[in-house]
Design a protein around this ligand. Structure first.
Ligand code: DP6
Length: 368
């Protein structure tokens, strides 16, 4: 019996137009499109150990992947899975096996038959850093597992590198495990509509994400639960049209490299998503007092995005930051990498008590 190991890395991504609300909860089809920036070093590493044992077992190990973590910023931390998180991941590994048996042939690939797999996954960001790991971990596990089920590794790697339709299929597979993970396969700017996601052109300079960690505690309402609750908000009426229109505006602004318009649409979108949380039938909030403090302080910088170019207004003194929030209390401040050091000092001076995580735009999941 032989044992082989496959390792993949996938970064987290931060949405500017959000995936919130599902058209089909069973397969994570979104109610409308979303658009995100792929990160780089804030990522998950997945290792799949494959045994040619004539069985078809799937298992999850709590151990970290056996790799030199220094390559990825130092330390690896293994997220502790809840029972439901474990079941979700086991179901996904079975889904990947089924995909290899049903879809490989269409891409000229052969699936490994009757092999058992064990999955290990760790993040390069500390547990409780307030960074969502479901996008990066599902993307990393999907890529490592789907490659592990390939009988001919070289053919798999050629297809993954060279075939857009194969990559779209892998992204769609990952989506079924956790929706936002389908945006972590490409980069830096990724559009997800319906089944799968792919890169779109962006005219901005290279961007960095500074994450102000207001609170690193475990969130009480999971994003999967939030997706179900938002449709009961009175603001859900018209939301699909508004989000779709904003998506088109933001996509155009991004293509034009217009940071003012990208910043303005992203700001409005973040407030709208959180307003859905605040107004649904069983309302909840992810915000902490510190979130409001950061938002109040940063709002005047973003406002220069709205007034930019209006007659009588002096030109903005600098390009506005792109500010957004996920389903959590932390605030993402996305700025050109050339301005990141200045912004870090400015944020550190104003909020010395907060940790600021820093990452850059990246290219998406890869086999290691
Ligand atoms: C607020 O992808 O975590 O981050 O599909 O149920 O796993 P599931 O949800 P998930 O939702 C992410 C929601 C979000 C917005 C976004 O990333 O677009």
């Amino acid at each position: 019996m032989t044992e082989t190991r496959v390792t993949a890395r996938a970064p987290s991504n931060i949405a500017l137009i959000k995936y919130m609300g599902k058209a089909d909860p069973a397969s994570n089809l979104p109610a409308h499109g979303s658009l995100s920036m792929t990160l780089d070093r804030l990522c998950s590493i997945a290792e799949i150990r494959v045994k040619n044992d004539g069985k078809s077992a799937v298992a999850i190990s709590a151990a970290a992947p056996d790799i030199n973590a220094a390559r990825f910023g130092g330390t690896l931390s293994c997220p502790e899975l809840s029972d439901s998180g474990r079941q979700k991941l086991l179901r996904h590994l079975e889904r990947v096996r089924a995909f290899s048996e049903e879809r490989f042939e269409a891409h000229g690939l052969k699936a490994l038959k009757r092999a058992s797999i064990e999955s290990r996954c760790a993040n390069t960001f500390p547990a409780g850093a307030g960074i969502a790991s479901s996008a990066s971990s599902f993307a990393a596990v999907t890529l490592a597992a789907v490659r592990a089920f390939a009988a001919e590794p070289d053919a798999f790697e050629r297809a993954y590198a060279g075939s857009e339709s194969f990559r779209a299929d892998v992204s769609a597979l990952s989506r079924q495990g956790s929706g936002s993970s389908c945006r972590s396969f490409d980069g830096p700017w990724v559009l997800w509509q319906n089944e799968s996601a792919s890169a779109v052109p962006g005219g901005l300079p290279e961007m960095s994400d500074l994450v102000l960690v207001v609170d690193a505690g475990h969130k009480k309402v999971s994003s999967s639960e939030a997706h179900l609750r938002v449709v009961e908000s009175p603001l859900w009426r018209g939301r699909i049209d508004r989000a779709s229109a904003r998506l088109e505006q933001l996509r155009k602004a991004l293509g034009d490299g217009d940071q003012h318009r990208v910043a303005w649409h992203s700001w409005m979108e973040a407030w709208e998503m959180h307003s859905l949380f605040h107004t649904c039938a069983d309302p909840f909030t992810y915000w902490k007092p510190g979130t409001m403090e950061v938002l109040e302080w940063i709002a005047p910088f973003v406002r220069t995005a709205r007034t930019h170019g209006e007659p009588g207004r002096s030109p903005a003194f600098e390009t506005p930051p792109i500010v957004t929030m996920d389903a959590g209390p932390n605030v993402h401040v996305i700025v050109p990498s050339s301005e990141a050091a200045d912004w870090k000092v400015r944020l550190g001076d104003r909020f010395p008590e907060l940790t600021v995580l820093e990452d850059r735009q990246g290219k998406g999941a890869e086999l290691l």
